[in-house]
Design a protein around this ligand. Sequence first.
Ligand code: ZN
Ligand code: ZN
Length: 266
Amino acid sequence: MLHIACDVHTHTIFSRHAYSTIEENVRAAAEGRIELLGSTDHFSRMVHPARGDTYDLRDFQHFINCHCWPRMWHGVRLLHGCEADIVDLDGHLFGHDVWCPTAINGYPYSEPRNLKERVFSSCDYVIASVHDNSFAAGATLSQTTEMYVRVLEDPKVLILGHVGRASVPFDIDEVLTVAGERGKLIEINDSTLNGYEDESLICRRIAERCAELGVMVSTGTDAHISAAVGAFGRTRAMLEEIGFPQRLVATADADTFLDVMRRAVG
Ligand SMILES: [Zn+2]
Ligand SMILES: [Zn+2]
């Protein structure tokens, strides 16, 4: 049986349309024999509306105090990241254009940084995903391909999230090849395999090309409630059906994932 022991795409109540706390997710991971849990709440305008015409660090402060989290909790290795929205065809990520001059207590920061940099600096890794694809309407395949290539250039981005579900077609081989060269990962998203028939076929095709091109994948349930943490039945079934090689599963165990992450993420 294909070994998968890390769930590196999960959400807590800080995503607002998710329902469990971080400790509930950790306990569910422990019960499901998950060695490593990655908590990746949405970093997105879906979560908080702009204040006026900009965003406020105070609405995203749950990302910047994660150093208080235990690295091992209930026997589970715990990582903190985020799922950042891709917001344009240039491959920019949410928060890149939001000036963030003051800390949450109102004191001025000594170094100028934008909201994305503030949040990413406290993340172990970042998943980059498209949720609102309206910016890509009418885009050419070369534009959307270039978008994903540029996203992979961000030093904190480790994983391209649910690329088969975004309804943004792209040159699969080109993006996978760049990901492979940079040691970055293509996500197999268990939620997408649940009821999204057409998208599931795309995911399967992407997984097959990862296998053929030697590109590593990550596994994420995209759980929005603790009961779904670590439930990889659909992912495992699909990967086993296509004979996906174990050596390309970056989430096989905690040590493998940590090694991949340390090599790829700046
Ligand atoms: Zn969500
Ligand atoms: Zn997502």
